[in-house]
Design a binder for this molecule. Structure first.
Ligand SMILES: [Zn+2]
Length: 326
């Protein structure tokens, strides 16, 4: 979108007001450095005329603390914004999160708060893929002010600093609408998620996808301890959890279960799925395609005893780890 050539830039400035009104979605990067103001101004101009924009995808540099006043101002004025994705474009999977005390000054924090302050009532989809922990005050805002939210996806951004607030049994404002929840590598406790689901804290979810959440400081004795109060989920997808975490997660009522890298040994998984209280109501099970014939036959036999006859080994395993069979 940015042209250093002044002729192209001029042409762009002439075209933007005429064409931007036809845009329903846009993706751009907020740059850091010397020319951030000029690049922001061009995006600002485009957004200013994008009166029908519904979807916004913003790439951020994780160390950006710049003001970016123009771009934030333009985003505030998007009257039809419903779907927002925020990505760290220099995201690194195995690098520690940004320190929690640095969060309030980051662009990531300010942009997320800005979007919630101006668009929370309309927001239907929020996807956060970020090395920035969500501040607990931001999490409260997200939980309490987004009644239209259908889909919430969060990679890493709910950290242990926000775990206490996440654990509060406070129903989310979107509980009447939320359908899909995706939590990957977040500092949330398996027992908390299972308990929240059972109590309806997230409302009547249709699908849950959890990948490798939790923290070494989690208390394995934390109880799920609540009767199930919502309809069974249509689908639960669980990837990479410890045995004691599976004891919590298997209390989730769901029709289709997709389970990879669960339980530390295949035998434990086979045994668990033989019990009706493991994912009660399950009618379909998918495991990793790497299961050997012998154990897979055992799994099918055990599932059949509880009436779970649709069992498939067709799921792609994740990258290898040292704590699970593949
Ligand atoms: Zn593992």
């Amino acid at each position: 979108m940015y042209h250093s050539d002044p002729r192209k830039s001029k042409m762009y400035k002439e075209l933007a007001p005429r064409l931007a009104k036809y845009l329903t979605g846009i993706a751009f990067v907020i740059f850091m450095g010397n020319d951030e103001v000029e690049k922001d101004l061009i995006n600002h101009m485009l957004l200013q005329f994008a009166t029908n924009l519904r979807r916004l995808r913003v790439g951020l540099y994780r160390d950006d603390v710049g003001p970016h006043t123009h771009i934030l101002d333009a985003i505030a004025h998007l009257q039809n914004l419903e779907e927002v994705t925020m990505d760290d474009i220099d995201y690194e999977e195995d690098v520690p999160l940004i320190a929690y005390d640095l969060v309030p000054r980051s662009l990531n924090h300010r942009l997320l708060n800005h979007i919630l302050d101006h668009h929370a009532q309309r927001l239907r989809t929020l996807v956060l893929h970020s090395m920035h922990p969500i501040h607990e005050t931001t999490f409260r805002k997200l939980r309490g002010t987004t009644p239209q939210l259908r889909r919430f996806e969060c990679t890493r951004a709910i950290s242990i600093e926000t775990r206490a607030v996440f654990t509060e049994p406070q129903q989310w404002a979107c509980a009447d609408r939320l359908e899909h929840l995706y939590l990957r590598r977040c500092g949330v406790h398996a027992a908390t998620v299972a308990r929240h689901l059972a109590m309806g804290v997230f409302g009547k979810l249709r699908s849950l996808h959890m990948v490798m959440c939790g923290d070494n400081s989690d208390d394995s004795r934390e109880r799920v301890g609540a009767g199930w109060t919502i309809p069974p989920l249509e689908k639960v997808e669980i990837e990479h959890f410890m045995d004691w975490e599976m004891d919590k997660l298997r209390t989730i009522h769901a029709k289709t279960v997709i389970a990879t890298r669960v339980w530390s040994r295949r035998g434990l998984c086979v045994e668990a799925f033989g019990k009706t209280m493991t994912f009660p109501g399950a009618v379909e099970l998918h495991v990793a395609r790497t299961w050997d014939d012998e154990k897979f036959e055992e799994l099918k036999r055990n599932c059949a005893k509880r009436g779970l006859t649709k069992v498939m080994r067709d799921h792609a395993p994740m990258a290898s780890c040292f704590c699970h069979p593949d």
